[in-house]
Design a protein around this ligand. Sequence first.
Ligand SMILES: Cc1cc2nc3c(=O)[nH]c(=O)nc-3n(C[C@H](O)[C@H](O)[C@H](O)COP(=O)(O)OP(=O)(O)OC[C@H]3O[C@@H](n4cnc5c(N)ncnc54)[C@H](O)[C@@H]3O)c2cc1C
Length: 359
Amino acid sequence: MAVAAYPYTEKTDEQKAITDMVHQFADEQILPNAEHYDHDDAFPEPIVEQMKELGLFGVTIPEEYGGMGLDLTTYAMIVEELSRGWISISGIVNTHFIGSYLLMKFGTEEQRQKYLPRMATGEIRAAFVLVKTDPEAEPRHRGFTCFIAEKEPGVSENKGAFAGLNVPPKIKKLGYKGVESTELVFDGYRCPAENVLGGEQAGLNKGFAQMMDALEVGRVNVAARGVGIAQRALELGLAYAQQRKAFGKSISEHQAIQFKLADMATQVDAARLLTLRAARLKDAGERSDLEAGMAKLFASEAGRFCVEECLRIHGGYGYSKEYEVERLYRDAPLLLIGEGTSEIQRMVIGRKLLQRHKI
Ligand SMILES: Cc1cc2nc3c(=O)[nH]c(=O)nc-3n(C[C@H](O)[C@H](O)[C@H](O)COP(=O)(O)OP(=O)(O)OC[C@H]3O[C@@H](n4cnc5c(N)ncnc54)[C@H](O)[C@@H]3O)c2cc1C
């Protein structure tokens, strides 16, 4: 009965084993330490080292390149668990995942061999860059190229083969702390032809389409992060509502609080269902652009909604840095922006709807 009622949330034995493991990792290693790294805005190196040991940087990379070769659905389940711990941790895997997807889908065999095995272990981690290479191109999206650029570890100004790629100081942010967000400045950088994604002939000025493809899976990824943060807000709201007593009774006895919890739980479930539907369609090789846009829009808004409701349930304490929800409240808005804002998702959804239902 339960299986038939929850076709999207049902897990295989392998999915259950890996998500249970990541759930435990979040409970034991991420949640107890997130506050420290968030408040100090410090990179969580020890947590990242453990993620390497667990193989979490190679989840979707094929086994022949040293990864686990798991599908997008399992990846989304893992990301939900990491994000439930702290969205900065899932963010470290996020850009890496998109970088490896681009290489797997569009890279030459030589490029895959060169980078994917070291990416699977987490030895090197990826971000993604798209540059305008033909300013005169019409329509304008035909003038972009993806290329592979390496950098020296830990330096802001590269020399030698990587000269011309500079990394300015990190941007100070509202939330999503601990992980560095920064620009990459290419000034006088020379990209060897073999570093054009897919090779010069196949890849030059094809970057926009490649990136749009990658963003489709990226949207499922951000949706899963929305589910994770919304789930955590629900857990914190449920616990606090039962612990806090005001005027002699638990605040969970107030219908107003129960309604908040009911709305939060409904949003979490709906967001999870949309996310897994989009992931499963993609894994099945079916069209999922519309579904990925819906999942990203709904789940990121659910994250923001649940976190705010959780903050309200906490009353004045929710505004204090002593409580976890304060961090969640600063973290959640990022998901409304990254991989396309809610406004852009609505544009994507609207256009795809009209394409699919053209009369
Ligand atoms: C912490 C952080 C990390 C990031 N990491 C990465 C990364 O790793 N890689 C990467 O490539 N990018 C990254 N980004 C960039 C992010 O993807 C963009 O900020 C986001 O896509 C929005 O683009 P924008 O900032 O240019 O906003 P704008 O395009 O200037 O939008 C501003 C406002 O106008 C609205 N708007 C814009 N165009 C339209 C339109 N056509 N119709 C209706 N409304 C519109 C937007 O919805 C928004 O409300 C990151 C951003 C942040 C904050």
